[in-house]
Design a protein around this ligand. Structure first.
Ligand SMILES: [Mg+2]
Length: 302
């Protein structure tokens, strides 16, 4: 069987790293990025700040309490979108099959580039070196047979890591992996699965499909596959989107949010990604649609 080779590349502490790269005075220091217009919630902090206990989602007052020397930087979305676009351009030097998942995460299907560059690890090292050289930021890279596993792998060594999941090592890795580590299993789903005594990917993969379908409907089958590390979803390259009828972008938040200020900030980030794609395709739109979660957000926003 011919396996695919997929990379998931995740920039480390992206907003904070971009700020540190842009301003030498911030390098090596505990910094935290907050939204613009006097927003007070921390969106990202540097690893120096994390070491002192600063966490995403803290208010800046809370963060300053745990780390008094913390430097607060007001975020600049233009800078992040620019860096993100340039990074994806670099990725496309290694394969045309690049899919941006969020502003600082992309998947690359390198199956057909391996003979040119030698190996997936080699591609990962080359990309890391270029991103470091061009932007002075580090990335964590996961290499695996599909998107689900590549994303899981990139999370396993942070910052600046490369993690390889071979088809042979998948079941061993998943056996004890908590289900919440899988992209697509949020805190609500995790709670439901926990109530069914399913805590690890191994347990999820072994669960009877009918039991999952009874509880979750049609996604039951997909859940079981996720527990087994199966994912057939393709890396959707930009070229596939050429005849664009719609332009969109999605992102999964690390936790549920209900603060309208925070929601607006995420909407702004998503909108910027949509805007940059629309400009690239030279298209404009007249209809805006959203997933149901977003509709709920909009209700909260009034
Ligand atoms: Mg990241």
């Amino acid at each position: 069987m011919q396996y695919r080779t997929v990379l998931h590349i995740d920039a480390n502490a992206f907003f904070a790293s971009v700020e540190q790269a842009a301003n030498p005075e911030l390098r090596g220091k505990a910094i935290a990025v907050v939204g613009s217009h006097g927003r007070t919630v921390i969106t990202t902090s540097s690893y120096e700040a994390r070491a002192k206990g600063v966490k995403t989602g803290m208010s800046k007052y809370e963060a300053l309490r745990v780390c008094p020397e913390l430097i607060i930087v007001v975020g600049d979305n233009k800078k992040y979108t620019y860096t993100s676009t340039r990074m994806n351009e670099i990725f496309r030097d290694y394969t045309p099959e690049v899919e941006a998942f969020s502003i600082d995460e992309s998947w690359l299907d390198v199956t057909h580039s391996l003979s040119i560059f030698g190996s997936a690890e080699n591609i990962a090292y080359l990309i890391k070196a270029r991103i470091k050289h061009c932007f002075d930021i580090t990335v964590s890279i996961g290499i695996a047979p599909n998107k689900l596993l590549a994303k899981l792998a990139s999370d396993m060594l942070k910052p600046d890591g490369i993690t390889v999941l071979t088809p042979e090592s998948v079941s061993r890795t998943l056996e004890r992996m908590p289900i919440g580590e899988l992209c697509g299993i949020g805190s609500k789903m995790k709670r439901h699965l926990n109530m069914m005594s399913i805590y690890t990917c191994g347990e999820l993969g072994r669960c009877e499909e009918a039991r999952l379908t009874r509880k979750f409907g049609i996604i039951g089958k997909r859940l079981k596959e996720m527990g087994q590390g199966i994912d057939h979803s393709p890396v959707v390259q930009f070229a596939d989107e050429n005849d664009v009828k719609s332009v969109g972008h999605s992102s999964t938040l690390e936790r549920d949010i209900s603060d309208p200020v925070e929601i607006k900030r995420f909407l702004l980030q998503l909108s910027e990604m949509v805007g940059s794609r629309a400009r690239r395709y030279n298209v404009s739109g007249k209809t805006i649609s959203s997933v149901c979660a977003l509709r709920r957000f909009l209700l909260i926003l009034g």
